[in-house]
Design a protein around this ligand. Structure first.
Ligand code: ATP
Ligand code: MG
Ligand code: MG
Ligand code: MG
Length: 477
């Protein structure tokens, strides 16, 4: 007898055939109907057991989350749910699960409660759906770039340069924790840190990706990045995955085109390949909406939101125009955006970004040409001498999803900029070399993978779209 996944049985299983399936019990009703799930799909297969001929000991152990093997015949289903079900002949308990102790009951738990059970939450419909969508998105990322002529580059996780994220990096230490080298005063000698050099966990692979773009042409990284930000928001993690393409001979307009094409492509892939999971997640959200007061309900169901992105052009707006809009906006009358009116150079706060995306334009927005002062040293200076070729993509419900730029390719200008911003030229000699030997216009962006998963799944807290979230005081396992 052949073993099948639940997904295979439900989508292409031939009736009247003997099958084996293994999974975890979701529910067991009336001593007869087991809803079995093996993680391959959101859907369960119903197994109808022969109560009379099933051992009493086995019956007792068919409880929620027990791992079982079912042997039986696939038949057309009598009930309304699925097209097929299994007429079970033998049930084998592979791993019992004591219902008195199992923390996750079939009743609906809060997401907070499930977060505290991060090792078991994938047994729930919501998390298994999110994780399947995450996996599909991650495949779609590689598919898009590979089919578009990009090469995948692995940039280092441990890095000696701290040029970009000064202050928000995690330090890496190779010291023997039990027996660290000590200074004469008896303190730990961090000068000996990483075999004599101070190193950190990467906050972005961009500078290294640029190096490879200036030789391979079109490259992307897709790996973990780390930021020691002690912020407890629903959009920040201390460890998150970032997608960073970098392309030689591409300017900022090309960068915007690439980012828009990329986002549409991966969301289109998920729409096509995760239909059941998206339908489930959408229903979950609709049920949640019903518990809210009428005026707080979100008007657009999840799949329509995705379609909206696929069908509409992102609105491109310069920072200066955005400031104008904010100045003339209603909330301004309530003095909410006051400090921006006084200061053209201010960075936008998330409430400004959300106003632009959700109230003013009502579609994704690409903001570009930011004041040089609020952006990193490597961004291409415009002829006005005060703005840089930076772009941020803002998404409804999420805020910033992408940060990118055309890079400063002119050696002299870059050195000047580094001097005024106090960036160590010696440490970044390799970065400057790219401008000395065959420099070229080039651009790229960074997209936070979890923010993309948030959008695609309709989840609202970033802790719920990564298997093991790392946030302040949360890194037990
Ligand atoms: P934010 O303004 O939201 O803090 P940022 O401007 O600091 O983001 P960038 O340095 O531009 O972030 O990084 C590129 C992208 O990485 C962001 O647009 C976002 O999608 C994602 N990102 C940044 N920080 C985090 C984080 N702590 N957790 C998850 N994703 C993040
Ligand atoms: Mg940040
Ligand atoms: Mg930002
Ligand atoms: Mg940014």
């Amino acid at each position: 007898m052949k073993t099948y996944s639940v997904k295979e049985l439900l989508s292409e299983g031939k009736t009247q055939q003997d099958v084996v399936v293994k999974g975890w019990v979701r529910t067991f009703r009336s001593n007869r109907f087991i809803a079995l799930n093996d993680g391959s799909t959101i859907n369960n297969i119903q197994c109808v057991i022969d109560f009379e001929n099933t051992d009493e000991e086995v019956l007792k152990k068919i409880t929620t989350s027990a791992a079982i093997e079912v042997k039986g015949t696939l038949v057309a289903s009598q009930g309304s749910g699925q097209a097929v079900e299994i007429q079970a002949q033998t049930i084998t308990i592979l791993g019992a699960s004591n219902p008195e102790e199992y923390p996750i009951q079939p009743k609906k738990h809060s997401l907070e409660f499930l977060r505290a059970n991060a090792h078991l939450r994938v047994r729930t419909n919501t998390f298994s759906a999110v994780m399947r969508v995450r996996s599909a998105l991650s495949f779609a990322v590689h598919k898009f770039f590979q089919e578009d002529g990009f090469y995948y580059v692995n940039t280092p996780i441990i890095t000696g340069s701290d040029a970009e994220g000064a202050g928000e990096m995690f330090r890496v230490s190779a010291l023997d924790a039990k027996n660290p080298p000590l200074t004469e005063e008896g303190n730990i000698d961090y000068a000996e840190d990483f075999f004599g050099k101070e190193t950190n966990l990467t906050v972005s692979g961009q500078l290294e990706a640029e190096t490879y773009a200036m030789g391979l042409g079109k490259v992307y990284t897709f790996g973990p990045t780390f930021r020691a930000e002690n912020s407890n928001t629903t959009r920040h993690l201390a460890e998150f995955w970032m997608i960073e393409p970098e392309v030689a001979f591409m300017d900022l307009d090309g960068n915007m085109d690439l980012a828009e094409r990329f986002i549409k492509s991966v969301l289109g892939y998920v729409k096509e390949h995760c239909a059941d999971d998206l339908a489930f997640l959408e229903q979950r959200l609709l049920n949640e909406e019903k518990t809210k007061p009428q005026n707080e309900r979100s008007p657009m169901p999840l799949r329509e939101k995705i379609d909206f992105i696929l069908d509409n052009n992102f609105k491109r707006v310069s920072y200066t125009e955005a400031i104008e809009i904010l100045r003339n906006s209603k909330p301004n009358k309530k003095k909410k955006f006051d400090y921006i009116i006084e200061d053209w150079g201010a960075d936008l706060q998330s409430e400004h970004e959300r106003y632009l995306v959700e109230k003013h334009f009502e579609c994704p927005v690409i903001l570009f040409d930011y004041p040089a002062k609020i952006k990193a040293f490597y961004m291409r200076l415009n002829d006005d001498g005060k703005t840089v070729r930076a772009m941020d993509i803002l998404f409804p419900g999420i805020g910033e999803i992408v940060g990118g730029a055309q890079r400063e390719e002119r050696y002299e200008v870059l050195v000047d900029k580094m001097k005024t911003m106090g960036i160590d030229e010696e440490e970044l000699y390799w970065y400057l070399d790219l401008r000395k030997f065959g420099t070229a216009v080039h651009s790229g962006f960074g997209l936070g993978f979890e923010r993309l998963v948030l959008f695609a799944t309709g989840m609202t807290n970033i802790r719920d779209v990564i298997p093991f979230p790392r946030t302040p005081k949360n890194a037990e396992f």
